[in-house]
Design a protein around this ligand. Structure first.
Ligand SMILES: Nc1ncnc2c1ncn2[C@@H]1O[C@H](COP(=O)(O)OP(=O)(O)OP(=O)(O)O)[C@@H](O)[C@H]1O
Length: 124
């Protein structure tokens, strides 16, 4: 039988959004790396306006910005979860944290490559 909690309600969906925005607020207010990504994103968006890039180029720039933020949010989640699960030094936690950081590195490399492909020919 369907439980009260499983029922679809607009109020429950709105609450989920509230929690998601709460997570976003925490990320931008508390996590220091978020500020670095925010500055880089603002720079890329400013440069995109200045260089009057095409619609497809905008899609690529916005997509890589979001990919970097998503990777960094999950990386921060992994760090927090790891610190709760195992606050002491643990070789498996090291691998978990290193791999989460590797995901951010991959996203950042992609963002740099896409930025270079779009911006460099317009600048030089
Ligand atoms: N509990 C642990 N056991 C083993 N190694 C750890 C542990 N905690 C952290 N490390 C190692 O230290 C590195 C840095 O971990 P930490 O949680 O400090 O992330 P950080 O990258 O410094 O955090 P931030 O992204 O907030 O600057 C990890 O990638 C991992 O190699």
């Amino acid at each position: 039988m369907e439980n009260e909690k499983d029922k679809f309600t607009i109020a429950a969906r709105l609450k989920s959004f509230k929690y998601a925005f709460n997570g976003l607020k925490h990320f931008f207010v508390v996590e220091h790396n978020a500020r670095i990504h925010l500055v880089a994103a603002a720079f890329a968006i400013g440069l995109s306006f200045y260089l009057n890039i095409s619609s497809l180029e905008w899609i690529a720039i916005l997509a890589v910005i979001v990919v970097v933020f998503v990777a960094e949010i999950f990386n921060s989640c992994m760090e927090k979860l790891s610190d709760v699960v195992s606050p002491e030094v643990n070789p498996q936690i090291k691998i978990v944290k290193d791999m989460a950081a590797a995901a951010v590195l991959m996203a950042a490399i992609l963002a740099l490559a896409v930025g270079a492909i779009i911006f460099l020919p317009k600048l030089f």
